[in-house]
Design a protein around this ligand. Structure first.
Ligand code: APR
Length: 250
């Protein structure tokens, strides 16, 4: 099975990698559903990750997101992130297409060196004013008051996609064009239940793409992909990249 993954990547001319919270779990960042532990245990995600929640209690929601942002700042990319960045480097060096579609909002992929990244669900690091729309990337320091306010006096919210919100049109467009052009699709550390990422494997299969998955648990796409490996991305991916060898120019 590991050989299948390696041979598929070796032959790939255009690779799309989709990642989820599982890739960041080994960095100490709880997956979305785990994050509601401790003092947040009494809330449901719907209490904190929706426009209605923000309208109802902007202080609570912005405090929770800023606490997640600070937790990300204290964490470091793990071997899985670095392996994805090395995979991109190898593909770019061999003049092969590579796009990383991540559902993660922690920017650990970028801190590990990934460049061709589409942040499907936005990021904790950019906050936006709900009045004037001004967006700003925040430094690794917690806000001093909640909800943070804009110079225009408006409230600022995290630049992430909340339940019930549409993904940014350009992110979705980049994802679809990458999926239509790829010949290998690799799903990493995602439960593959949240749309639209959950449907990406079907888009890929429709165009005859070879589909692969590496995940700790089985998911709804495990029986659909050509090859599904069970395990931790921080352990398996470095082995894959190490054994990938030199990618000859396409
Ligand atoms: N290596 C590989 N897979 C792992 C690891 C690991 N070390 N640890 C956990 N996993 C797997 C779990 O088995 C699970 O299937 O990662 C997956 C994480 O699933 P979710 O917590 O549902 O995260 P994700 O798939 O990214 O959720 C998608 O839903 O919660 C919303 O917007 C949020 O972006 C998130 C989206």
């Amino acid at each position: 099975m590991l050989d299948d993954v390696i041979q598929s990547l070796q032959a790939a001319r255009s690779l799309v990698v989709v990642t989820g919270a599982g890739v960041s779990a080994e960095s100490g960042i709880p997956t979305f559903r785990d994050a509601l532990t401790g003092l947040w245990a009494r809330y449901n995600p719907e209490d904190l990750a929706t426009p209605q929640a923000f309208a109802r209690n902007p202080e609570l929601v912005t405090r929770w997101y800023d606490e997640r942002r600070m937790r990300c700042a204290a964490c470091a990319p793990n071997r899985g992130h670095y392996a994805v960045a090395e995979l991109e480097r190898r593909f770019v060096e061999a003049e092969r297409a590579f796009v990383l579609l991540t559902q993660n909002v922690d920017r650990l992929h970028q801190r590990a060196g990934s460049k061709r990244v589409v942040e499907l669900h936005g990021t904790l690091w950019v906050w936006r004013c709900i009045a004037c729309g001004a967006e700003r990337e925040e430094p690794p320091a917690a806000f001093t008051s909640y909800p943070p306010s804009c110079e225009c006096g408006g409230l600022r919210r995290p630049g992430v996609v909340w339940f019930g919100e549409m993904l940014a049109a350009d992110a979705l467009a980049r994802a679809h064009s990458a999926l239509e052009a790829c010949d290998v699709f690799l799903s990493l550390g995602t439960s593959a239940v949240v749309e639209p990422a959950a449907s990406f494997v079907h888009l890929a299969k429709r165009v005859g793409t070879r589909t692969l998955e590496i995940n700790l648990d089985s998911t709804p796409i495990s029986d659909i992909v050509d090859c599904s490996l069970r395990g931790r991305t921080g352990e398996i991916l470095p082995q894959v990249v190490e054994r990938l060898g030199l990618l000859v120019e396409s």
